[in-house]
Ligand binder design. Structure first.
Ligand code: ADP
Ligand code: MG
Length: 726
């Protein structure tokens, strides 16, 4: 980016570190907010805005540190023509003191309060130096860009960014990269702002109204291309996939009508042996699946998502569905997210099928070569009816005689990529796919994202489940927590202490948990039985620890998230989760579902990491404070509700949908402006429009669609062949 004035090698490198290498990257680097000059108040009028959030601008006239009494305090005093105001931080901060000097212009946002008769903003939610009080005074909207570390290191300030954009927006390159990419009919239909104007408005807005039109246009564009991509992929799948298998599902239907059907089957035998009866929701979902599988209904292979909260009983549903497929002479594969869970499924299903002729096998890593070869050959000869394993079951060397059904347990990420593999591998008779998840996606969202994915919901828990009460305990209050853990153990109940898995580094994760294990077993609970389980343990060792816990030889089990799904120990009634704020709400909810399984009152305690507690002598920026408060607010959602659906919605709104959009192979889609929760209506519209466009012009060959076609290929780094259906 060195062609820009004021951008030398160093700044270009900083831009590049932040992911900005081309002019396209730069113009898509959108401001994170705007300061609207009309909301800047006169400091002299502060009294009128008591407790309201306002924008203030002024010149620094003093920076003071108060350390003679706790809490320590750092204070920046600003003035404008009408009065003064203090920006107050309850910390001792060298950083703030260095950053702000008398004479600097600053802008801040926050709630007005008063102390000893003078107006103040405590911990402003936004604070920045600016030399543009002039422009603010003229009533312009001032863009505030994200400020990644690379910019701080490369001395790229907000002012410089704004200067850069002023240059860029006048360049010929800008015209070149902002040519229209949406089909003309859609632009007219929605009266969208012209593309170059929209980009210009995003960086140098004329007014709040034009800015909002610009946003609307660019959000629509972003979602349109996202949906167009999904539509193309779906198109390919539908064109390639043969007709699905038509199953005879009468035995499944007849048990749904009456648990003791006139014509007994393996399914009715298994149902009769259960110590419980199916909930209404389980029955409803079973019949939805059966309808999909049935030969009278056949179009393309089943692709159905079953969502149900932790403990809603998805496993038995999966088993009955597989039995229906086996009944038709087909084999089934059940894929669990981890080997531990695969084994657990294998054990519990073996028990349920003990009295039946069903052949079940387990295929996981670490099995002796000979055994593995035997399992594989039984599978390829069709002697095995159901095989349980991990996603390794999809690998080349696993050959089935007649695969009819794949169940992916707890893998909502089982996506387009996996499906493509299946469809290519089993061209003649593609198997049905059932995905199970405790992480519900709002229905409309699921439908828009994967239009051909059907969704069933088990929206009822078996009766007799106890509520799990959840509490946040700050690290500084942990002493009381340790006493509480002792009490629980004294009652004869068991405890999990979990350090959930970080996606990025399992190793670091294991390290944190290992350290915790040492502290707990040696220092805090030397007299109790403390066990440790993590993902890096050998399979046999994991199994051994789990059975010791099940047999109550372990009081307290320290774990990484290997216990996240599926492990069932009824006597465990307390779960403590460390570093809690670093994990998704849905994941935490899933974790706490491990307790409360045995009808005893159970609880979950969330302990955020230490860095979330403000220390009096710590130097912090207002952004730090902002993010800490937000993290705690997020955890409080778990204190308030145990409804997995509510939680998933909140999580989605807070963290964005990254998880749902990513297909493992093509890499996650990052949205720049759009928010698929907030912009759901636009998303649905864009889904319809893109599907319609493909219907008219499946490969975007028409001349008037050529810019759209180019943009699609550019955005997703695809070749021409992406659009060919063969
Ligand atoms: P999840 O949906 O989280 O996978 P599971 O299938 O593991 O839940 O079921 C949790 C527990 O509830 C298991 O012990 C299972 O046997 C039991 N269960 C399943 N269905 C019912 C039911 N209808 N009534 C009572 N208990 C049930
Ligand atoms: Mg499960």
């Amino acid at each position: 980016m060195q062609w820009l004035k004021g951008v030398g090698q160093k700044r270009a490198a900083a831009l590049s570190t932040a992911g900005i290498d081309t002019i396209e990257d730069l113009i898509e680097f959108f401001p994170r907010r705007f300061i609207d000059a009309r909301t800047v108040i006169n400091l002299g009028d502060a009294q009128q805005y008591l407790w309201q959030s306002v924008t203030v601008a002024g010149t620094v006239i003093g920076v003071q540190q108060f350390t003679y009494r706790r809490p320590f305090r750092t204070q920046i005093t600003i003035e404008d023509k009408t009065g003064v105001l203090h920006l107050v931080f309850f910390v001792y901060s060298e950083w703030i003191a260095k950053q702000y000097k008398v004479g600097d212009g600053v802008v801040a946002i926050g709630a007005i309060g008063f102390f000893r008769g003078e107006p103040q903003i405590v911990h402003p939610e936004f604070l920045e130096k600016t030399s543009e009080s002039q422009e603010l005074a003229e009533g312009k909207l001032l863009p505030i860009y994200p400020n990644p570390q690379a910019f701080k290191d490369g001395y790229i300030s907000q002012v410089q960014l704004r200067k850069m954009f002023e240059q860029v927006l006048l360049s010929d390159d800008f015209i070149r990269v902002t040519t229209e990419v949406l089909p003309q009919e859609l632009i007219s239909k929605y009266q969208l702002m012209e593309r170059p104007t929209a980009f210009r408005e995003m960086h140098l807005p004329g007014s709040p109204e034009t800015l909002s039109q610009a946003r609307r246009r660019l959000i629509y564009e972003e979602l349109f291309f996202l949906q167009l991509r999904f539509a193309v992929e779906r198109h390919r799948i539908q064109a390639t996939a043969g007709r699905g298998i038509g199953f005879d599902v009468s035995s499944l239907f007849s048990v749904l009508q009456s648990p003791k059907p006139r014509k007994p089957s393996i399914i009715s035998q298994v149902i009769e042996s259960l110590p419980f009866s199916l909930t209404n929701a389980q029955q409803r979902v079973l019949s939805e699946i059966a309808t999909d599988m049935s030969k009278d209904h056949r179009r393309i292979p089943m692709h159905r998502l079953v969502q149900g909260d932790v403990g809603s009983g998805k496993t038995i549903v999966a088993l009955l569905v597989m039995l229906a497929a086996v009944d038709n002479g087909y084999q089934c594969a059940l894929m669990a997210p981890t080997e531990v869970l695969a084994k657990q499924h294998y054990l519990s299903m073996s028990a349920l099928l003990k009295e039946t002729p069903i052949e079940l096998s387990l295929l996981v890593g670490g099995q002796p070569k000979k055994l593995r070869a035997e399992i594989l050959s039984e599978l390829s000869e069709g002697r095995t009816n159901i095989v349980i394993g991990t996603h390794a079951l999809l690998e080349e060397n696993v050959i089935f005689d007649k695969l009819g059904m794949i169940v992916a347990d707890e893998q909502h990420k089982f996506g387009v990529a996996q499906r493509k593999i299946l469809i290519e591998k089993y061209r003649d008779a593609p198997p049905d796919v059932l995905i199970m998840t405790a992480t519900p996606i709002p229905r409309t969202l699921a439908l828009t994202l994967y239009q051909d994915l059907d969704v069933s919901t088990i929206d009822e828990l078996p009766s007799g489940r106890k509520q799990i009460s959840t509490t946040i305990v700050m690290p500084s209050a942990q002493r009381g927590l340790f006493t509480h853990i002792r009490e629980v153990v004294k009652r004869g109940e068991q405890v999990y202490i979990v350090y959930p898995q970080l996606e990025k580094s399992e190793t670091r994760d294991v390290k944190t948990a290992t350290k915790a294990y040492e502290v707990f077993s040696e220092k805090i609970f030397p007299d109790l039985h403390v066990g440790f389980i993590h993902g890096k343990l050998k399979s046999a060792d994991k199994q051994a620890v789990m059975s010791a816990f099940r047999d109550k030889q372990i009081d307290i089990l320290v774990a990484t998230s290997v216990i996240e799904v599926g492990i069932d120990v009824a006597n465990a009634t307390l779960m403590v989760i460390g570093n809690a704020e670093r994990f998704g709400l849905a994941q935490l909810h899933q974790l706490r579902g491990r307790v409360g399984r045995g009808g005893k009152a159970s609880e979950c305690i969330l302990v955020p990491s230490e860095k979330l507690e403000l220390k009096p002598d710590e130097s912090v920026t207002s952004e730090d404070i902002e993010s800490r408060t937000a993290s705690l607010e997020r955890l409080k959602i778990l204190e308030r509700t145990t409804d997995g659906f509510e939680i998933a919605k909140a999580d989605l709104a807070l963290r964005g949908p990254g998880d749902f959009l990513g297909t493992q192979q093509s890499g996650a889609v990052k949205l720049k402006l759009a928010d698929i929760v907030r912009d759901q209506q636009i998303l649905e519209q864009a889904a319809k429009d893109s599907a319609q466009l493909l219907e008219q012009d499946p490969q975007l060959r028409n001349k008037e669609h050529s810019a759209t076609r180019q943009e699609l290929l550019r955005l997703y780094h695809q070749r021409e062949s992406f659009l060919e259906v063969g």
